[in-house]
Design a protein around this ligand. Sequence first.
Ligand code: PMP
Length: 432
Amino acid sequence: MTDDLTNAASIEAADQQYVMRPWPHPTGEPVIVAKASGCTITDIHGKEYLDLTAGYFVNNAGHCHPRIVEAATKQLHQVLQVSGKHGTVAVVKLAKRLIELGPPSLNKVFFSTGGSEANEFALKLARQGTKKTDVAYLENGYHGLTIGALEVTASEKYRESAGKPMGPENYAIPNAYCYRCKFGVENCSTQCLDGVEATLDARPKTAAIIAEIIQAVGGLAPPQKWWDRVDKIRKARGILLIADEVQTGLGRTGKMFAVEHYGLEPEIMTGGKGLSGGVGSLAATIASDALVKNFFGGTTPTNGGNAVSAAAGLALIETLEAEKLVDHCATMGRYFTEAAWALRDPWIGDVRFTGLLGGIELVANRDSKEVLGKGAIAKIKDGLHAAGMLITISGLYGNCLRLQPPLSVTPAQIDQFIGALRTVLNSVRSAS
Ligand code: PMP
C-alpha cells in the first residue's frame, strides 16, 4: 500500500526508513522543516524554532529572504544549468563580485557544488602550482567529508569514517586555542608555534598550509601576532596559504571574509555554504592568476556553477550590503557576548564570538576549566531544543554551544535565547 505522506507521523517514519543519516541524533532531531522565514523555522508539527544554525550556516541573510527568492525565481525562467564548461550571466556576475570583495591576491573563481569539493580543488591547485605534494593543516581544523578534504581534517573520528589509512603527505601543525593555552595567554609570545619552523623544514615538499582563519569548531580566533607569525613562516618557505572560508565567509565573522581581520592575502581561498543564497548548493575555489595560469583541472564539473544558485548568491551579497548585515553581525556578536557573560552562570567558561561565529564553552569548574560532562551537555541541548532553540554542539571536547543564527538576528531574539539558556542551565544543574 502506498502512503501519501500527508501527516507528520508518516513523514517522520518515512524519513527514518528511507533517508540515510549516519551520525548521532540528539533528541528531537532531525527536525523536518515545513517552512522557514528570517531566523525562524517551523517543523511539520507546527512547532517554531529560533534557528541558531542558520540552516547549517548557509542562510546568512535569514531563511527565504524576499530579495533572494525573487532573484532565484527570475533566474528560474531564464536558464538553470549549463555545466562548468559554459557560462551564464549570473555566474559571471558572481565571480566578478567575489573577486571585487575578496583579498587583492585573488583573481579567478572556480565554481563547484560544496565546501568539501572546493577544498579538494584547492589542494589540486596547490600541488600542481608548487609541484610539491604535502599539505599542513591546523589541529582542530575541519575541511570537509570527502576523502581528500578529510586528509587535511584533524578529527581522528571523522578521518576514520573513510575506512582507510590517510595518506602520509598531510600533517597537522598547532592551532591557537587560547582559552586552554598551555603557556598562559598573559605571556603570549606565540609559544605554541615554536616547533613549526622545524616541522615545515623537515617537510620540504610542503605545498600549502590549509586553514580556517578562525576555526569554526569552537570558534577559535587566534591573536593577530599568531597569524602574523604563521604568515611570515610560510612565506619565507614559499608555502601557499589556502584560506578555507566555507563557514567564515560572506559576513559570518563581522567582515565579508575572515582574512580581513588579520590582513592576510592567501593564494587560494575557498567558500561555500551561503554562496548559494541557500538555493541549491554552490562553492568556490578562488586563486591567484599565477596559480591558475598553467593549471590543468582535469575535466569539467557537471554542476560547476548553477545559474539559479549563482543568482541567489548574488542576491545574498546584495542583501548583506543593502541591509548592512555584516556590520550588524559584528554588533550582534558583541551583544551576544555581553548577554551570555551577564548570566554569570558557573558553567559558562568562555564566550567566544567573532561576529556571529562561535558560541559558549561550558565547563564543570571555571578555575580548572574541567570540561562539562557529556550527560549534562546532552541535557542542555535537549532542554534548549524543547524550548524551541535549534543549536548544534561543537568544540574539540564537544562542550561548546555553537550559536550561529542568520546575521539578521535581532537583540530581542538573542534575549529570547539567553532567557531559555538561563532556565535550562539552572534546571539541568539542580537535577544533577
Ligand atoms: N570547510 C569548512 C570550514 C566547513 O565548515 C565545512 C562544512 N561544515 C566544509 C569545509 C565542508 O563543506 P560542505 O559540507 O559543503 O562540503
